[in-house]
Ligand binder design. Structure first.
Ligand code: NAD
Length: 370
């Protein structure tokens, strides 16, 4: 019997609580069938926390996040809170979590499940069997670099500027996460920058190369310019195993890669920090979609991205690879039977609601674990 694992669940707004309910169904199933007991606590975040406590995330919730072994986040925001000032936006909850937990490596898998191979805009043979992981540095680079601003020049023109900046430590810590991931996969890492035209890009390349020589000589490392990487992701995405890149390039490339799979409602993500002296690593798992206010309350949201985020949590925070694989397989099998939520309908499929999808996955788990 494994020791209890502290799990903080923050469902948030819109469809967040609806899809999180289906994860709770799976946690209950695991309690019963897999003999894993989680210490689960729930809290308000985003607009729900603003309504109840006048803050997007309370200090007590932040403390619970710091104490937890892993955080499962839903999504925040919606029209109800759109008119609030910038200091009271639901999105500040996730920004504060990222900053105070110092979680800097954003992991975005792009996996194409066989039953959904036709959901992509790309040809089936280009993406069938695709399984790649993009690791994006998410707390540094040009989105945070100083100096930044808009200044008036002597001739009266204005000049806007931002600064791309990375230190050795910032590059090494995110590259380390990517090398470690590659080791657990196909052992191949592609580091992406613009070393041809950017000093910081050349420094990124040299730093990743030196780190490999020191700590990861067994991992195959290649380098690619970001513009070429964008092209290669569309031309032949299966050539990649793990990609590591800066904040801005990762922002663009991970959105591009996620759309190879065709559906927002299917895509999980993780954001993690460094391993601390205690051995603990802060990590937050969330679907890449938002709170989908246009469909909230209708019972039609696709819960799979949230469920697959939970599978990532099991794999990366708790090393429960077998349980993660079981949940992923249950999702694929259910899709294989033709059951679909509205967003992933295709010819010859049957439309079901959020909770019927959750029930179908639990039934499939029962079958797989029998
Ligand atoms: P969105 O991802 O919420 O929705 C985009 C479209 O995809 C909508 O038509 C929606 O119905 C659909 N969709 C999204 N998830 C789905 C699912 N699981 N099943 C079926 N359909 C799904 O993006 P948006 O509309 O740009 O943003 C809505 C709100 O969410 C905004 O307030 C935004 O700020 C917030 N948001 C939050 C996060 C987060 O919490 N991390 C991320 C993105 C957007």
């Amino acid at each position: 019997m494994a020791a209890n694992k502290r799990l903080l669940i923050l469902p948030g707004d819109g469809i967040g609580p609806e899809v999180m309910r289906e994860v709770r169904r799976i946690i209950d199933w695991m309690d019963r069938r897999r003999m894993v007991t989680f210490d689960v606590s729930d809290d308000l975040v985003g607009g729900a926390a603003i309504d109840a406590r006048k803050t997007p995330i309370a200090d007590s919730t932040m403390q619970a996040a710091k104490d937890a072994d892993a955080i499962l986040f839903g999504s925040v925001g919606g029209p109800k809170w759109d008119t609030l000032g910038f200091d009271l936006r639901p999105e500040l909850a996730i920004l504060r979590l990222r900053k105070e937990l110092d979680i800097f490596a954003n992991l975005r898998p792009a996996i194409v499940f066989d039953p959904l191979v036709n959901a992509s805009t790309l040809k089936a043979d280009v993406i069938k069997g695709l399984d790649l992981m993009i690791v994006r540095e998410s707390t540094g680079g040009i989105y945070f670099g100083e100096p930044r601003g808009v200044e008036t020049l002597p001739d009266g023109q204005k000049r806007g500027f931002d600064t791309e900046t990375y230190t050795t430590n910032e590059i090494e810590r995110v590259a380390r996460v990517a090398f470690e991931l590659a080791r657990k996969r196909q052992n191949r890492l592609c580091s992406v920058e613009k070393a041809n035209v950017m000093q910081s890009g050349l420094f990124w390349r040299q730093t990743v190369t030196a780190l490999r020589e020191r700590e990861f000589p067994d991992v195959e490392l290649s380098h690619m310019y970001a513009d070429n990487c964008a092209m290669q992701l569309v031309r032949a995405p299966k050539q990649f195993d793990v990609i590591v890149t800066s904040n801005i390039f990762g922002d663009l490339l991970s959105d591009l890669a996620s759309m190879l799979t065709g559906s927002l409602g299917m895509l999980p993500s993780a954001t993690m920090g460094a391993v601390q002296a205690s051995g603990k690593r802060h990590a937050l798992y969330e679907p890449i979609h938002g709170s989908a206010p246009d469909i909230a309350g209708k019972g039609i949201a696709n819960p799979l991205a949230q469920i697959l985020s939970f599978a990532m949590l099991l794999r990366f925070s708790f090393s429960m690879d077998e349980d993660a694989a079981l949940i992923e397989k249950a999702c694929v099998n259910v899709l294989g039977t033709g059951l679909r939520t509205a967003d992933i309908m295709g010819p010859g499929t049957a439309r079901i609601s959020t909770n019927v999808m959750g029930e179908a996955i639990v039934r499939e788990l029962d079958k797989l674990a029998a």
